[in-house]
Design a protein around this ligand. Sequence first.
Ligand code: ADP
Ligand code: MG
Length: 251
Amino acid sequence: MSDVIVEVSGLHKSFGRLDVLKGIDLSVARGEVVCIIGPSGSGKSTLLRCVNLLEEPNAGTVVVNGFELTDPDADIDKARRTIGMVFQGFNLFGHLSVLDNLTVAQRKVLKRSAAESEAIARENLRKVGLEEKARSMPVQLSGGQQQRVAIARALSMQPAVMLFDEPTSALDPELVGDVLAVMRQLAEEGMTMLVVTHEMQFAREVADKVLFMDGGVVVEEGPAAKVIGAPEHERTQTFLHRVLNPVHANE
Ligand code: ADP
Ligand code: MG
């Protein structure tokens, strides 16, 4: 079995005449946490969406857990099952209880029995600290709790890799910590993770590798201590100065 879980090569994506991704190379090894940082509009979400083929790349290849998703003959639904995705908005099914949110795809897609899917769901709710909310409806939960449910739902499919697209940026500041704590714990347990985030402290402490994207290219990549602590490129320095000194953001 390969130790590279995500391999993106020469990825290009445009919307009409707008070139959003201009040749991205990226690899995530088993058990690695890779964080992507960069200004709004630099193509971070588009990159993640190409990794699970929610967007179809114009050129380049995406291989996840040994499946080439960009192969025209690929069974995309099957390949996608190995990818967990957590978005900025929580995307829970509002008409289903927390428990049903976690079991529905296990039953329908993975054909697990009701008993097995419920056992796996409860184990993952425990992991995110929300076992007692199994019977709640999403609307009864805080944003932070909903996001932890979304993480537990993705984990219940037992993915080979988890993709996170700014999972804390829609949350009230006091709710961010609980979600980051869950992500930190997943990283410690060895989950392979590709995380788009503006949480520089999290990236510094948890990421094995950080990529700085701007204008549809990876400008700089390396260990967090280097890319965030001592960036080489002026664009990286300017971006970090802005996010680390938000008071000056509008100057
Ligand atoms: P980021 O996540 O880094 O903020 P995005 O990947 O969301 O950046 O967007 C990059 C660029 O692509 C932006 O200019 C955005 O407006 C454009 N874009 C994203 N999705 C679409 C789409 N479905 N159709 C047209 N343009 C899009
Ligand atoms: Mg985005």
